[in-house]
Structure formats: C-alpha cells, structure tokens
Write a protein that binds this ligand. Sequence first.
Ligand SMILES: Nc1ncnc2c1ncn2[C@@H]1O[C@H](COP(=O)(O)OP(=O)(O)O)[C@@H](O)[C@H]1O
Ligand SMILES: [Mg+2]
Length: 251
Amino acid sequence: MITLDGVRKDYTSEVRIGPVDLAIPAGGITALIGPNGAGKSTLLTLIGRLLGLDAGTIEIAGYDVARTRSKDLAKVVSVLRQENHFITRLTVRQLVAFGRFPHSKGRLTAVDEEMISQAIDFFELADLEGRYLDELSGGQRQRAYVAMVLCQDTEFVLLDEPLNNLDMRHSVQMMKHLHRAAAELGRTIVIVLHDVNFASHYADYICAVKDGAVVEFGPCAQVMTAPVLTEVFDTPVQVIDGPNGPLAVYY
Ligand SMILES: Nc1ncnc2c1ncn2[C@@H]1O[C@H](COP(=O)(O)OP(=O)(O)O)[C@@H](O)[C@H]1O
Ligand SMILES: [Mg+2]
C-alpha cells in the first residue's frame, strides 16, 4: 500500500499541490489522470522521492519515504520520470543494465545479464541494443527507459506517461505486460496515463487529479463517468459502454 497523508508541494505562492490524502492499495494498477499541469508528475515524483515534500508523509509498504535510505528504497520502488531522457551517450543495453544497479552494485551476475536480455527482447530492442540512445526514435528510446525501470524488479513501480511516443501496438503490448506484472507477480503499479480509455481498460483504480487536488479516486467505473470527466478535463466528455468497461468519447 502507498499512503499519502497531508502531502504538499509548494512550488511558488501561486502554484501549490495538495494537501493530498490518498491510499493506493497494494497490487494492481492505479492510473493517475487529469489535465496538463494538474499535479500528476509532482505526486509521482514525491512518492518516488525524486522531489522533497513541503508537508505531510508518504509511506510505501510501511517505509517512510523521507526517512528511508536511497539504496533501500531503490529495492522497493522504481520510477520512470516523464522527462528524464537527458542521458544520450549510453547504449540501450548499458541503460537497461542500470536497472540492475541496486541489486548488483555494478557487478552484473549471470542472472542480471539474463534479466537484461529478457527485458530487451520483450521490448523488441534486441537489434538496437548496441545503439546509442540519441540514435533511436522517440518510441524506441521510451521502450528502453521502461525496460530499465522494469529490470529494477521492484514491488512498486511508478511510471509517468510511459506510453509517450509509442505506436498502438507497443502501447497495447506495454499495458498488457504491466497488467500481467500486477496480476501474476503482485506488483503495485502507479501510472500516469494521458489516454483515459487505456486507464479504464487496463487499470484497477483511477485517481483523477485537477488543480493540485484529487477530485475522484476509486474503481474505474466510479471515475469514468461523464460528469467526473467533463469536470476534470473541462471539456464535454460522453461515456459509453465498451467491451471491458466504460469508454470516454470526446471530439
Ligand atoms: N519546478 C517547478 N517550479 C514551479 N512550478 C512547477 C515546477 N514543476 C511543476 N510546476 C507546476 O506545478 C503544476 C503541476 O505540474 P505537474 O505535476 O508537472 O503536472 P502534470 O504532470 O499533471 O501535467 C503546474 O502548474 C506546473 O507548472
Ligand atoms: Mg506530467
């Protein structure tokens, strides 16, 4: 379980995120949705301790995020940031291998190498594994970053818009993979998704965020309603019955 208790980030006197109280259940996928600037990335980076809190506490599986040593936290939670794609003079394989660092301390074992190869194969990067990151397309680079995060093999996984730049096939593949990791390995995945219909189809819970506050949180059907989505996104949204739950329609 991830709990946020009175969590606040005050960027400036005008831009304040929170206070947020939230309890994300262990196991399953929780999707964070909301318009640009709502505070989704802020919440995710606070949970992953890539950003310091101004008030409140965050616990992940009982660890107080502010007080846990980085090397211990790195074995419990992994994070994909929305914009972290600054490193370019690394090959795909070198990047994915970074995911094993909290376990291997830089000395990769045969098991580490095998996990790296599996992640590279799964994300269809085998032909590209020797290429530098700045020699890839945006979608290929995005897949390499997600492969690195999943190679960290943590119980809690935080992903900020991992479908950015991905085509339909790779988006579906990635969501199916995350769904399996949650259902079969008991992982807890918190994911910022741009597309509410991907959230509805693959997530177990949706947390709708607007103006630095949680507007609605619960099972998908509770959040995927015309009034909630219209209010959150500030644009008319209809909701229809899809093959696997509600789907939003907007033009
Ligand atoms: N470093 C920062 N300094 C000041 N304001 C920031 C900073 N980072 C984000 N913000 C502001 O905080 C708000 C929430 O941003 P963010 O969490 O990135 O939103 P989202 O991910 O939902 O699009 C926005 O208004 C954004 O402009
Ligand atoms: Mg964001």
